[in-house]
Design a protein around this ligand. Structure first.
Ligand code: NDP
Length: 248
């Protein structure tokens, strides 16, 4: 995989799971990484790990991506700290599952505010610095559930389908400035988010995966590395499913 030496990346939800794997993969390729998560402890631990391996490579930012003002401040702080941003990874996401009959307004709002408005907030915050950067990239971590829907996840499905629409609109709007914007749609990846699911649900999902295994966060990180590379310059507005064949 090509080098990302000299590039600066922002990874939201970089404190655990898929975001942590993405942050590590980017740093291993030579990028500097702004690790963003809700809690200072999780993004702080990942930044510490990266700095131990690659001194001066990372900084932690405890910011709620749903908070518009806080994310605008984050943009200013990251540019002050690193001088530029080339790669924005919108990975922060949450679930509040439940059938519609039982889903509360708060469950809808929390998921849409984090998964969809969070990406709007970061793109607004970082678009000016991205437009000036070399090989500028926006990569949104969507979900196969945004493509096919899922009972019990109306809020999550809507947020991820919305994120895919947002990806295509941003791709068209920023194409003139050579900023590419793509989405990666993970299938079932082993993280805290999927760890909560009952064994019966896991078995049902497994039966639908042609490659007969759950994905690892590194599988998503590898797809992100490619889309972040200079070599992916002619790819924009696309959704890359990384799902073991689940949605082909
Ligand atoms: P995890 O629950 O393991 O980690 C989520 C990360 O997002 C954490 O670091 C968390 O912060 C951060 N986060 C959550 N809400 C906010 C917020 N409001 N502001 C800032 N950071 C926030 O999730 P996964 O790694 O499993 O998922 C990552 C992404 O991939 C999500 O967008 C998810 O929807 C998507 N995805 C995951 C799949 C899977 O199978 N796991 C499948 C398809 C898509 P903190 O550590 O501080 O709590």
């Amino acid at each position: 995989m090509p080098s990302l030496e000299g590039k600066v990346a922002v990874v939201t939800g970089g404190g655990r799971g898929i975001g942590q794997a993405i942050a590590i993969a980017l740093a291993e390729k030579g990028a500097k990484v702004a690790v963003v998560s809700r809690s200072a402890s999780s993004c702080g631990a990942v930044a510490d790990e990266l700095n131990a391996r690659f001194p001066g490579s990372a900084k932690a930012y405890a910011v709620d991506v749903a908070d518009h003002e806080a994310v605008q401040e984050l943009g200013k702080q990251v540019v002050a700290d690193f001088g530029q941003v080339n790669i924005l990874i919108n990975n922060a996401g949450v679930t509040r599952d439940g059938l519609l009959m039982r889903m509360k307004e708060e469950d809808w709002d929390t998921v849409l505010d984090t998964n969809l408005k969070g990406a709007f907030n970061t793109v607004k915050s970082f678009m000016r610095t991205l437009m000036k950067a070399s090989d500028p990239r926006i990569i949104n971590i969507a979900s196969v559930i945004g493509l096919i829907g899922n009972a019990g996840q109306a809020n999550y499905s809507a947020s991820k389908a919305g994120l895919i629409g947002f990806t295509k609109a941003v791709a068209r709007e920023l194409a003139g400035r050579a900023v590419t914007c793509n989405a990666v749609a993970p299938g079932f990846i082993t993280t805290d988010m999927t760890g909560e699911l009952p064994e019966k649900v896991r078995e049902e999902v497994m039966a639908k995966i042609p490659l007969s295994s759950f994905g690892d966060p590194k599988d998503i990180a590898h797809a992100v590395l490619f889309l972040a590379s200079a070599e992916a310059r002619y790819i924009t507005g696309q959704v890359l499913a990384v799902d073991g064949g689940m949605t082909m």
